[in-house]
Write a new protein. Structure first.
Ligand SMILES: Cc1ncc(COP(=O)(O)O)c(C=O)c1O
Ligand SMILES: Cc1ncc(COP(=O)(O)O)c(C=O)c1O
Lengths: 415, 254, 415, 254
């Protein structure tokens, strides 16, 4: 690594010594792969036969008419195999694991999407797989836990700290330092020690490459703005990379505003004023932390955005003002989700819906001859427990009560 | 006196030194005081005081829990610094801080070193700061004469050990095995070979940590390393048997 | 209709007089559309920008090695928007509705996939939407009900008869005869009165056209056999049409064997001996009925296969021996599902898994230079309640019990 | 005597005829007997007996439920045929069977017609069998002299009505409105226009069904149609007030 994995002053690899050699190996394999056109071709082939790439760019005609401004296009990462952009990264890392000859993978997961994607890849590549997931997230993303287990993965519920994504990452690192020889840690977002931010972004760049080609074909020119939600930053980096070199395209990252940016109950690192530079989980970025450097509790209705750190590449792009950051509150997200379902028959993941919120705020300000793209990082099916809860859906509740009783009686019967 | 020198003079008198570990603020600073007093009375040669961090990535369950509970009780970095000053004033053995890099980064690196120096802290163990990530840190360490303790791991190559040695001072912390703190290690032939590689790579004293729990473990490394590090075991001991058990425990180790 | 909608002696349009004109209108619009290359082009455009067509053909390398016979390819209809092949039919009919100028659609649904697809299409095309669903299916496919409602559809739980798919169809017809002027009935499978079997099959032929092109590109020759599950028969007709003209390709439809073909608790019309020719729900086909012509209760773990009738086109192809029929029991289905998840990281819908069962039985008998295709009509996410139940997953049950209690206490608190 | 002729001779004496409907086997054949006896005593001119079918697609909730319960109690087609034979032997009004096509198809079309003829059944109403789907059926109907009653609907065009008329015999069943059996209909200007179209399309007597519930409804079509069909209403009546209520109800209709 020439720049030691830094982007401006952000990034680096702040790792325990025990991982040093593994990172050297990972980095050199990654460099070789990156320079090997055959590697990328193999990756493209797999993504187009195992997943569904290129994913479509959908013109949201009804939303466009509703807001009366820019044409709204939606990049459909939800149509990937396993239902989110996470597949892009995971399949890419899977190919690297094959190169390195490792036999076991571990992963952290928040929304469960990365866990499902990793378990899927492990099944396909014949690897052993353990997924770490915060206890809070296990609760709110139960269906994903079920599928991971069915795909043969071991899911470990992490009960330390805030019991969300960051704690799952710590626990994954603890596993890694223990099983470093056999195991690759499939980090799920563009965070963590170098080369992960660069590597994950590289695999995700497939989104932006496609989106650029698609919007030019459909709209005849580049979009005015591109919106993406930002948890760790991988889907945002993915789509932004299609447009980074075109300064006329404004790039907007949308973070979790949670209960409101002023309540402290959010996960906004690059907008808002609660974050400051720090070093944790192996890299330097803007963290939500107190004056002592202790990480704060974060909050978001979307498990996948509920994280203290953010991609160092995005911290750099924020500092350079190449990417603008905004936030969307939980309530705004539910509203945007509702509107999108009703008007377009599309169900964005709660994470993705953050991007929709900001796009909806800005679309009316733009001319009708302009286009904007929203990156729909995933589908909302996984969120049924959260969404049904948020909508306070009575028949869903009745259903769950009835099922619960049934199972409770079964249990009594057996014991 | 510089850390390495102090250790060497103690090594002139003992086959092996003992370094113990505590997590500051767990279960309270008051208990820490009692534990340290027991440790010193028991004859430890060096104490490593961990400033708690919310993300102790290299620590196992026992120390992780101690970090979290300490923070939940409100332990601050300032309080840890003051406590360190108090201990160095009271006891004539070297005290080190162990923590993660973010604590120092947030505190301000130079301010942290300055305060350590003035508090009489002799060294720092920062498991997530490899030398290539800490140019300024290592510059300041030299300037303020607070030894940056570096870590050798069983996965470290000769080349890497040499590289680490160039930035290290005080002693080298040899991690006995892969993994996090708090679990059993095997002191077998592989371990001996590893330790021989460590020895060959540096002139600094060698400490061995991770999984040293009893007299047998200490004996296993005596003659091969210079310092035995007892980490999670004393936390367990205090949790289960109270502070009074620490002195006898330490005395029974050699 | 020249042949009055018959295929051999099967099919026809046995409809109440009140629907006569509507069927004339539908038929003539369908004929025009079928002859209008622009219509198909518009359809293809929509399917490739709103859904994810062409869907991939995945080589199941691990399953292939496991069985040691023919190369197993999977046609990935699960990657369609809304998660099943149902989208193909629904978007096609949606375009016809636009042509006919109707403002409201109704649909029946078994697995809920067709209901979700219709609700989705209705949202996108700005149509009012009512979905009829048997009470039994509402229970076993609750998540799909939730999404339909969120997409703005009204879901009506049908409490008559066996409270499954056939009863939902009856109820949809009752709605249709009442609201015939404004409403189009989006029938969900290749059944019902003409022109539905032909029309639905036409839209679904997109599967077969793609699959043929894909297998030739990948395997260099046609597959030896093609497998598809058969509920009403639309996904099967869809993929079979790519190969009907190639007599060397054997086509296998797999029906629901339920508790076993000899127990009477199944839904096998074209294999087994419990079905006989009949006329119901507007068409003539093989029905599971008693000697008086009363329809029997059917059973399948897969709601979408739990149906008394079958496409008249398939009855014809069965009679002509162009398509061979087999059945898979509930237990075999769960086993095949388990294997597919673990070996390939792919989750077939319970319906689709029926096709996998038969393919797994036959793959070892074929040479390694042969290929077979399984049509994966949909994804299994929708089946989580059924699958988790079938696997008797303890942590899933705990989760549901806990949620149920929470909701029950909420309710008590409020009242 | 042929159905049409019977009806015409009754029409010579009455402004409007009454046709009633029952579901065979609901709630039991015994009750059916009592109800029919009440109906005949009340003066109905024709009775339509529905052979239950598991998928009564054109029927609304009341008749649907009656179909299902009858089948659940074990009603068979053979029993219905025998019951028909019994009724035609007992009462001197025309009896028809109403059912769905599958019942006949499964029974065997020719066998069904033969048995109807020998049982004295005068006509068949099969709502899901349009003439273009029933060539053989209509051939057999002529051969066995069992009138195939066809249905006009408000959505039927003139051309369609003419086409239907060519296959019809006995009378034409004019469905009063869109929808299934058992709901209220409006006998308004639109309805009159529709009935005029029906009249123009056929020389057969016109029956009007769907939603005729009381004297007022019967009066509304008197002079415009020849037969008023009372369907779900008598089922409701029997369910709620018992068989004894049927006679007085029928008598009160004209
Ligand atoms: C659907 C979806 N979108 C977005 C995210 C956030 O991650 P990132 O910012 O890396 O794209 C997640 C993370 O789990 C996710 O599941
Ligand atoms: C995923 C899936 N596959 C198959 C079917 C069966 O229908 P068909 O036989 O029409 O393809 C259904 C019906 O709901 C379904 O949802």
């Amino acid at each position: 690594m020439e720049n030691k994995g830094f982007f401006g002053k952000w990034g680096g690899a702040f790792i325990p010594e025990i991982l040093h050699e593994t990172f050297e190996q990972l980095d050199s394999n990654f460099r070789q792969a990156k320079e090997d056109p055959q590697f990328w071709q193999e990756y493209l082939d797999l993504m187009s036969t195992y997943s569904c790439r290129p994913t479509p760019l959908t013109f949201a005609e009804n939303l466009t008419n509703h807001f009366g401004g820019a044409k709204i296009y939606i990049k459909r990462e939800d149509l990937n195999h396993t239902g989110a952009h996470k597949a892009n990264n995971v399949i890419g890392q899977g190919l690297l694991v094959k190169r390195m000859g490792k036999k076991r993978v571990i992963a952290e997961t928040g929304a469960g999407q990365h866990g499902v994607a990793t378990a899927t890849m492990a099944a396909k590549f014949g690897l052993e797989c353990t997924v770490y997931m915060g206890e809070v997230d296990v609760q709110r993303q139960r269906p994903n836990v079920f599928w991971m287990e069915k795909m043969g993965a071991t899911v470990i519920s992490v009960k330390d700290g805030s019991r969300t994504l960051k704690d799952a990452i710590n626990e994954a690192f603890r596993d890694w330092v223990t099983n470093v020889d056999t195991t690759h840690y499939v980090l799920g977002t563009a965070c963590g020690p170098a080369p992960f931010p660069e590597m994950v972004s590289w695999f995700q760049s497939i989104i932006g490459v496609e989106a650029k080609r698609q919007i030019l074909a459909r709209h005849g020119k580049l979009p005015a703005r591109v919106y993406a939600c930002v948890g760790g930053g991988s889907n945002a980096m993915g789509i932004f990379q299609g447009f980074l070199d075109s300064p006329e395209v404004e790039l907007i990252g949308v973070e979790a505003g949670g209960k409101g940016i002023d309540t402290g109950r959010h996960a906004s690192r690059l907008c808002g004023r609660d974050a400051s530079p720090g070093v944790a989980q192996g890299y330097k970025t803007m963290f939500l932390q107190n004056n002592d450097g202790q990480m704060l509790e974060t909050h978001s209705v979307a498990a996948g955005l509920d994280y203290v750190g953010v991609s160092p590449i995005l911290s750099h792009l924020a500092e350079e003002k190449r990417v603008r950051f905004a936030s969307a509150t939980d309530d705004e997200v539910i509203e945007a989700l509702d509107l999108t379902m009703r008007m377009e028959g599309i169900i964005p993941a709660l994470e993705s819906a953050h991007g929709f919120v900001q796009a909806f705020k800005e679309a009316p300000q733009l001319g009708r001859d302009e286009a904007i793209i929203i990156n729909q990082s995933g589908r909302g099916d996984k969120d049924i427990f959260t969404i049904a809860h948020a909508f306070d859906d009575p028949s869903w509740k009745e259903f769950i009560i009835a099922r619960g009783k049934e199972y409770a009686e079964d249990k009594k019967g057996k014991s | 006196m510089l850390l390495e020198k102090t250790l060497r003079s103690r090594l002139a008198e003992k086959d092996i030194l003992l370094m113990t570990h505590i997590v500051l603020g767990y279960p309270s600073l008051a208990t820490n005081r009692q534990v340290i007093s027991q440790m010193v009375a028991g004859g430890v040669d060096c104490i490593e005081m961990q400033i708690p961090f919310s993300e102790p990535m290299a620590d196992g369950p026992v120390i992780l829990k101690a970090n979290q509970e300490s923070l939940a009780l409100g332990t601050t970095v300032a309080a840890c610094m003051a406590f360190g000053r108090e201990m160095t004033g009271q006891y004539d053995i070297p005290f080190l801080f162990m923590t993660y890099y973010n604590i120092i980064f947030k505190y301000g690196e130079e301010r942290f070193f300055k305060d350590c120096q003035s508090a009489g802290i002799k060294g720092l163990i920062i498991p997530d700061l490899p030398p290539e990530m800490g140019e300024e840190f290592f510059r300041l360490a030299t300037r303020y004469q607070v030894a940056p303790i570096l870590i050798f791991a069983p996965t470290s190559t000769e080349r890497r050990m040499a590289e680490l040695n160039r930035s290290a001072a005080g002693f080298i912390y040899c991690v006995a095995r892969r993994g996090v703190t708090g679990k059993q290690s095997e002191f077998d032939d592989d371990f001996d070979a590893y330790l021989a590689r460590c020895r060959a790579a540096t002139d600094l004293p060698l400490a061995v940590g991770f999984g040293i729990r009893n007299k047998k473990d200490v004996a296993a490394i005596t003659g091969k390393a210079d310092i035995a590090v007892i980490g999670s075991e004393t936390i367990r001991l205090v949790d289960e048997q109270g502070t009074e058990a620490v002195g006898p425990f330490i005395m029974g180790l050699r």
